[in-house]
Design a protein around this ligand. Sequence first.
Ligand code: SF4
Ligand code: SF4
Ligand code: SF4
Ligand code: FES
Length: 948
Amino acid sequence: MSLVEDIDYGTPAAKSGKTVELTIDGMQVKVAEGTSIMRAAMEMGTEIPKLCATDMLDAFGSCRLCLVEIEGRNGTPASCTTPVAQGMVVHTQTPRLKQLRKGVMELYISEHPLDCLTCSANGDCELQDMAGAVGLREVRYGYEGKRHPNPGIDASNPYFTFEPAKCIVCSRCVRACEEVQGTFALTIAGRGFGSVVSPGMEESFLASECVSCGACVQACPTATLNEKSVIEIGTPEHSVVTTCAYCGVGCSFKAEMRGEEIVRMVPYKEGKANRGHSCIKGRFAYGYASHKDRILNPMIREKITDPWREVSWDEAIDYAASEFRRIQAKYGRGAIGGITSSRCTNEETFLVQKLVRAAFGNNNVDTCARVCHSPTGYGLKTAYGTSAGTQDFDSVEHSDVILVIGANPTDGHPVFGSRMKKRLREGAKLIVIDPRRIDLVRTPHVEAQYHLPLRPGTNVAMLTALAHVIVTEGLVNEAFVRERCAWDEFQDWAEFVSDPRHSPEVVAALTGVDPELVRGAARLYATGGNGAIYYGLGVTEHSQGSTTVLAIANLAMATGNIGRPGVGVNPLRGQNNVQGSCDMGSFPHELPGYRHVAEDTTRTLFESLWGRSLDSEPGLRIPNMIDAAIDGSFKGIYIQGEDILQSDPNTQHMVAGLSSMECVVVQDLFLVETANYAHVFLPGSTFLEKNGTFTNAERRIQLVRKVMSPRNGYEDWQITQRLANALGYPMSYTHPREIMDEIATLTPTFANVSFARIEKMGSVQWPCNDAAPEGTPVMHIDGFVRGKGKFVRTEYIATEERTGPRFPLLLTTGRILSQYNVGAQTRRTANVLWHDEDILEIHPFDAEQRGIRDGDRVRVASRAGETTLRAKISDRMALGVVYTTFHHPGTQANVVTTDFSDWATNCPEYKVTAVQVSPSNGPSEWQVEYRKHSAQSRRVKKPLVPAE
Ligand code: SF4
Ligand code: SF4
Ligand code: SF4
Ligand code: FES
């Protein structure tokens, strides 16, 4: 194995469709108009020496190393900043150029510390490479030249260091932070020779605005910005391309290795979801894989009050299987079920649902998408015919108006957030609908034209008001609607939204938003060119989550914003494989490919291949399983990679459900909170230790490649397979590619998907079948998958969760950049430096009324329960609204959230909980109790003889 090398073309690709022909060093070359000479040369294999240029950034032209000669032109222009021209004749290597380049390098080297042998970038340094490339053999000025200012090494960031002594002031880092990441955290301070790179106002990296995306580290041609892991371990010797296991963006990375140790994760430029960029989580937060808390041996116990007992894999699997069979014999076939994970691969998810349907013999399978994007599946399938987003991420580059509702891309989907910000800096307009003033509303060089800070729970009223303006002001794209949608349904909908009760002026009483802002936003979306909607859990996690998705779908159809690049309806998926886990048949009513279990032909197809008859009745959803457990009819569950105790609402209800079961099997990396109520613990593997595929938010199926052996001994699909075999249902896959072949055989939208095809193409966006052999980046181009687009009336129904004298504030929850979901992984990395506890954000007026000061510990109480945490006074919050994250089990924000859920899918209403906030001087009773139980439950009795 060797290192996967990204070719650096020096400058970004030109976008023009026209080509230009020129001659470089005697060879004819044809390139796109606008291409730089440097890139044109590289495309034909000639590398012109360079230092300040890299193809992730616009050309800058500062180092003067890339000089060329052009026949008929005077001087020696920089090839990075000079575009090609028809008939141009270029020479990249002449005696004059050689002399000039040596002179430039002599100056650089005379100022640079010559500690190459002990430098962490030795062998991976572009300055070193260029000294070689220009044939530098002597430095006439000696090696003790004047040095740039050296404020000393900044090691404040836990993941990388900044050593200014090695800086050549090429400004690649500054430009990467601006152009790629869009944070503008770095500047060049000082002037001339006194110039030095500086984070923020000459602060440390940690104290600055830096969000640790690593783009500057990647761009730096020297060791000035360098990963601490490289300093500690040394340079890598091989790399494997794989896919990030955190969020639904699905960034591609090169895992650069020494043996089985990761040296660093480098974003892969060929990755079509991330195009060479990353965020702090994917790039740096992989240390959890080797954290001491990892459980590597299977464990069992009879009662949840017993300590765990380490056992062999055989014993653990046999025990789980015999318990499941015992329970079924005693309580019936439907008394057990399973939960698949959106953190696991498609193949693993497919196997768990197959295990439940074929080996358990029921449809009691559900997934964590239940609690996040199930309304997306329902809404988009109803309106358009497919339970997925309509665009690829590249599409945003063609958007003129971007409407973000209930999503916080710069925290939740950071790499896509950066691409969005880039498009906004280029001039696209922005509408944000969110109770909080999220970063996008005003961030360097980006400002929303409209921010509609609505009251939580009023999305449907707001979207219907936008539709009201579009219809009543004659802004509907009638030609599109007549051609592509059911006209009678449109007319019915248009009549509905036109009712004066849906006007922004009337609706303002519900949403609290100035009607003029609503009218302006509606006009902008409908008439501003390509309009794209991006949404997140702020849309779905409501009692009207599905209605909101339908309202969004209506808006896009009414304005003709569907079926081409730059437009569309784009759910930003939370976890890495939410799309995939839904595609793979994780819902109790649907087989893979979103086909209802009651469809006879589909069921027969599965039955003939799986050799078992399948239940035609939908099974239980997660909340139903928990309710049934409390009622005594549901007794056993297999949970792969989900921490439902922490992630699902109304924690105390969940505890009651799990405690009522007789066999809870948890397969995970750590003793997560759910494991406190488990009887069998099966240690899981990380994404670094397995093969398979993930499907990101743009339906892109990408390979996950094993970069190290599973420390627990097995990939997760192998564990499910062992359990199936122990239950008497034979499975004998030898590699996940065989599972994908089975998925392709059974699922029309995946018909042409295979590991070989993904390997060849890099990634594939479903549908991928004979009708679309190369996959489908943009959907519904010539028509909707369901035929005619369906308009649906979206009547606003206020949630039953109301504020009142006892609970006067509305709590809404979300996530932040450095942490991921329940935090089981990111809390076990240095990311805790940025967020080591959940914080309650509260408006200054609400805080003052309650005598709460910044940093005070406060009690948050709802009808469901109460918890305590620290308060942060923030004017980002609307009056009457408080916000927190749910990353820390010490807080357990979900103790407070309630059982209310979406009418169609049961997706919990996390985003609206009526609460009261008051000063507190200690943990709540629940927190004290839970901590006690948790400590007791995590006791492990070591075996006298070590397990296998
Ligand atoms: S790590 Fe990212 S945000 Fe921080 S300075 Fe570098 S490019 Fe900017
Ligand atoms: S820190 Fe690196 S990228 Fe930034 S100016 Fe210095 S040498 Fe260039
Ligand atoms: S967490 Fe998301 S945005 Fe960050 S690197 Fe991973 S996939 Fe990319
Ligand atoms: S690479 Fe062209 S001027 Fe630096």
